[in-house]
Design a protein around this ligand. Structure first.
Ligand code: SOE
Length: 396
């Protein structure tokens, strides 16, 4: 079954058989700026026809020398040190915010007001209030808006979504997800980063890593209704600095879903040996699905409805066969893809929705999804502070 967003897209909105060219202006040139630029450059030759041809119109960053170097390396036409000037660039149809969390709201709201389509990295904002302002601006603008929850675009995760769709596996009892990294371990001597400062990031492991586990809960299972949570602030790491005004190094939460499932969420930056290990397990009435980002081409499946009890067991499905999500875009079966390709799929979906005026949801996360994730993050911080269960307030 080919789901809508990864079948070869029809020709673009400009009609005829040539996909439209769309100018991209990106804010940010480091980790996510590089991942986004890499994805945009692949789209014209990986998808035939491409949903649109992204033109690398402009790149923006505070450090003039560094952003000029990034312009040259990534192949953008121009570079800016002021995002306001970049938004006035006639060639920019799409504003892509790959910057730190404290430069999401203002530039994205300005870009929406200027009639741009907007892609913004996760977490959408530092709080639900800030994310809510972005959502209201997006609704007023009427242009396309997407929150870059890229793990929705892992083929194995999309396969899980297809298996779970319309309740095909029956009632869901549990969702348990964790996102484990080690880089803040004192022994690893992490240097300073905006991710460690409450003012820039809003929260620590919760917003950076936990937001992915929360978004996948909403994408695959359903709405989170209540949380009971704890957070852990790290001891000062080797640089002698606090981790940045009480930013959490880790959190854990027990969650209740609106439709009755229960679950657990966890994220940490101090799990020795865990490099970038997002994993989830979903226990449903007729099956269990397991995913591990460090084995991202595989979905582990246990079915109770398809095999006689004597031969039942977990199967590791290698999600690279014809008919599997995005398989036809890449290589023959078994020629696996990687983390960076999730951004290629994500941007192909976004460009197709812009070019063909299609809905970003439910396959992609919109600013509404980014806002709902922020509301859960706020509830987790409130629960950790009060020691009580907190019902998530989704009211804008
Ligand atoms: C994106 O894939 C991502 O998960 C980021 O959101 C995290 O911040 C990074 O640590 C790993 O990659």
């Amino acid at each position: 079954m080919i789901a809508a967003s990864h079948s070869a897209p029809r020709s673009g909105a400009s009609g005829g058989d040539r996909p439209p060219h769309l100018g991209v202006g990106i804010l940010g040139y480091r980790f996510m700026g590089k991942a986004h630029s890499n994805a945009l450059k692949k789209i014209p030759y990986i998808f035939t026809p491409p949903p649109a041809v992204p033109e690398l119109a402009a790149i923006c960053g505070r450090d003039g020398e560094a952003v000029a170097e990034a312009r040259r390396r990534y192949g953008y036409a121009r570079h800016y040190t002021d995002w306001r000037a970049m938004l006035e660039d006639e060639a920019v149809d799409i504003f892509d915010d790959a910057g730190p969390n404290d430069v999401h709201a203002e530039p994205c709201i300005a870009a929406l007001a200027a009639g741009k389509h907007v892609m913004c990295e996760k977490p959408l904002a530092r709080s639900a209030a800030e994310a809510g302002a972005m959502l209201e601006a997006a609704r007023a603008a009427g242009t396309k808006h997407m929150t870059a929850f890229n793990y929705r675009f892992v083929p194995a995760v999309r396969l899980a979504w297809e298996l779970l769709r319309d309740g095909a596996l029956g009632r869901i009892y549990h969702y348990r997800a964790s996102y484990l990294q080690e880089w803040l371990m004192p022994a690893l001597g992490a240097g300073d980063s905006w991710r460690l400062h409450r003012g820039a990031a809003g929260s620590g492991a919760l917003g950076d890593l936990g937001s992915h586990a929360i978004d996948l809960a909403h994408f695959l299972v359903g709405e989170i209704a209540a949380v009971s949570a704890v957070t852990q602030d790290p001891a000062p790491h080797e640089g002698g600095r606090e981790s940045g005004e009480g930013v959490d190094a880790a959190f854990a939460a027990a969650v209740e879903f609106a439709h009755g499932a229960t679950g657990t969420l966890e994220a940490t930056r101090v799990a020795a040996g865990r490099k970038n290990r997002l994993s989830f397990e979903i226990n449903a009435e007729t099956a269990t699905l397991c995913f591990d980002l460090e084995r991202l081409n595989e979905l582990r499946i246990y079915r109770m409805d398809e095999e006689p009890e004597t031969v039942r067991g977990f199967h590791d499905v290698l999600v690279t066969d014809p008919g599997h999500p995005w398989a036809e875009a890449w290589w023959p079966p078994g020629h696996v893809i990687g983390w960076e390709h999730t951004f290629v799929h994500e941007f192909a979906h976004f460009l197709a929705c812009v070019a063909q005026d299609r809905e970003i949801a439910p396959l992609g996360a919109t600013f509404e999804d980014g806002y709902r994730c922020a509301a859960v993050c706020d509830a987790i911080l409130a629960s950790a502070a009060s020691g009580r269960k907190v019902y998530v307030d989704y009211k804008l």
